[in-house]
Write a protein that binds this ligand. Structure first.
Ligand SMILES: Nc1ncnc2c1ncn2[C@@H]1O[C@H](COP(=O)(O)OP(=O)(O)OP(=O)(O)O)[C@@H](O)[C@H]1O
Ligand SMILES: [Mg+2]
Length: 572
């Protein structure tokens, strides 16, 4: 007699349960997804003992008649697909017909359901065995109550954490789904205490405020981008508010939440250089693309998906995030109670206009010189037409439509020079100035070595340097980024920085070099600038791709919102 046997259904269900039902949070996820698939507009979740004792999910969806209700508890019984081809572009959360029987095989389940027309049914199942099928007085929708989870699989039960921990995980599972479905009302009660109550809303910002709190909601900037059939929308945290710990990442593809560390990394790449090393921004992104470009049937609990062209999606995400950080609204805010960013929700129309210098970004990269007299290029309605004031010989106060912008002159100039240097490194050489009397600098061995290694880059930005024996080098030509520029000192500082790789955190060698030069060549705090110089600096700053952020991950601009000023004076 052979050794191979077909497993009894009950055993097969328990094995499936091992993959689908890991803890109370997974039960909540499966039951809420079923409620959403049933078209529910109100979903209520109750937990007892973190879900170890009892989990109940009630919805107002279309319900089931008696035959369907009995079938629903059988393995591979699903109303959502009929053949394998239906999996392509499947829009329902469920499609395997596995969740209910898997849950019922490791717990005690009571299913109560009422179809649109006809009588309601109550079914109880214990450890996968159907115990009773009766009528019920329930009026509409479906409720599924799961008691004594893992009562018959002690090994699993042992892995459960404290009720508090399990409740938190279940809360998070519901949050993930609620962020993806703004049109549905969600409630969560844990041991009789209401922990979540989210009515339908019309924008993702409002949803974030309901679920994650107003403080985080005020730190988010709208994202929207599209390339070909791939669209990205959502919210990302203002760089100045990113912290090393406690960030949250939520991804949705075609309405389905999923996890993907590579996409999160692509979003972070969009922040490049705008946040200090080690800080991690919160991101909420929804990707919309043709159904055949994503396979949702690759993970036992459907927590991951597979993209046909992952690289294209990563590029769109990175680009869209970078664009979200450019407007003035992305600048760091002085008040905690910042105004919510303009715009709609997940997938809705979104229009955050760059408050200042909106048209300026189209300006072509210009030569490295920046205080040079080519002001004629300044775009119309540029910030330099507005009122500003230099204070402490370090900051520039600027009036903007939204309030008062405080600009750090060194950081701002650094951002300008960084972008120009990058343009010079990647394209035309920068204009430089030949010295009538070559200047001599003295360097250490390591610095001489660093200069030798960066020789080509130094030439591209305008430095022509030649060894002169011993520790000396002569400079024949130097860049000329602004009249206050001290070419000799900058060269020495640059050599020192390059020797100890001060910008090692930036992945790209060109960026590292450009950041180093920009930092050393920029005007310093304490330099008094003329109004004309300030005007030009502002024009150049707002023509940059990321004006609000310097190259160290610090802000160049801090905003004091007008409404905040008005509020303080009791005018709003
Ligand atoms: N709350 C509900 N309201 C109405 N019908 C439901 C509800 N929950 C489940 N059903 C029905 O029961 C069937 C089985 O549910 P189950 O979760 O086991 O499978 P599924 O959702 O089809 O697929 P998956 O295993 O991928 O979740 C569903 O296809 C649906 O027809
Ligand atoms: Mg399901």
């Amino acid at each position: 007699m052979g050794r191979i046997r077909i497993l009894a259904d009950a055993v097969a269900d328990q094995i499936a349960a091992g993959e689908v039902v890991e803890r109370p949070a997974s039960v909540v996820k499966e039951l809420v997804e079923n409620a959403l698939d049933a078209g529910a507009t109100e979903i209520r979740v109750e937990l007892e003992g973190g879900g170890r004792t009892r989990i109940a999910v009630a919805d107002n969806g279309h319900g089931m008649d008696r035959d369907d209700a009995v079938l629903a508890l059988e393995r591979h019984a699903t109303s959502k697909i009929r053949e394998a081809a239906d999996l392509t572009g499947v829009r329902s959360y469920g499609f395997r017909g596995e969740a209910l029987p898997a849950i019922a095989s490791v717990s005690q389940v009571t299913l109560e359901t009422v179809p649109g027309e006809g009588e309601g049914t109550a079914i109880t199942v214990r450890g996968g065995r159907m115990e009773s099928v009766q009528g019920t007085a329930r009026r509409a929708g479906t409720s599924v109550t799961v008691e004594r989870l893992f009562f018959n699989t002690p090994a699993r039960r042992k892995f459960l954490r404290l009720p508090r921990t399990e409740a938190r995980a279940a809360h998070e599972a519901l949050t993930v789904l609620a962020l993806g479905r703004l049109d549905v009302a969600f409630r969560l009660e844990s041991d009789g205490r209401e922990v979540l109550d989210a009515a339908p809303v019309s924008s993702l910002q409002e949803r974030v405020r309901q679920l994650l709190g107003p403080e985080l909601a005020a730190q988010l900037l709208p994202v929207s981008g599209r390339v070909g059939g791939i669209a990205v929308s959502g919210l990302v945290q203002r760089p100045a508010d990113a912290r090393p710990a406690g960030r949250r990442t939520y991804l949705v593809v075609n309405g389905r939440p999923f996890r993907d560390s590579f996409l999160v990394r692509a979003a972070e790449a969009g922040y490049r250089g705008t946040i200090p090393a080690g800080c991690r921004p919160t991101v909420l992104l929804e990707i919309t693309l043709p159904g055949e470009q994503v396979d949702v049937n690759v993970h036992p609990a459907k927590l991951e998906v597979r993209f046909r062209d992952r690289f294209a999606i990563e590029r769109v995400v990175e680009q869209a995030v970078r664009e979200a950080l450019a407007p003035m609204g992305a600048a760091s805010q002085l008040s905690g109670a910042a105004a919510p960013p303009a715009g709609g929700g997940w997938g809705g129309p979104r229009a955050l206009e760059a408050a200042v210098g909106a048209g300026a970004a189209t300006e072509q990269a210009v030569p490295l010189s920046f205080f040079a007299p080519d002001v004629g290029r300044a775009p119309e309605a540029s910030p330099s037409d507005q009122r500003f004031l230099q204070v402490f010989d370090t900051f520039i106060l600027l009036e903007t439509p939204e309030g008062i912008a405080i600009i750090d002159q060194h950081s701002a100039h650094e951002r300008v020079l960084f972008e120009r240097t990058m343009a010079a490194l990647q394209g035309d050489d920068a204009a430089s100035q030949r010295l009538l009397l070559p200047a001599t600098v003295h360097l250490t061995g390591a610095q001489l070595d660093a200069v030798r290694r960066h020789r080509e880059l130094l030439e591209r930005i305008g430095y022509e340097a030649e060894p002169f024996g011993g520790d000396a080098m002569v400079l024949h030509a130097v860049p000329n980024p602004h009249p206050r520029f001290d070419a000799q000192r900058c060269f020495e500082e640059l050599a020192a920085d390059l020797a100890r790789d001060r910008f090692g955190a930036l992945a790209n060698r060109l960026e590292r070099f450009a950041a180093t030069f920009a930092c050393r060549a920029a005007v310093k705090a304490g330099d008094r600038l003329s109004p004309r110089e300030i005007g030009q600096l502002l024009d150049r700053l707002f023509a940059c791709s990321l004006p609000p952020h310097d190259v160290h991950g610090r802000p160049t601009i801090v905003q004091l919102p007008r409404h905040e000023v008005e509020r303080r004076f009791g005018r709003a």
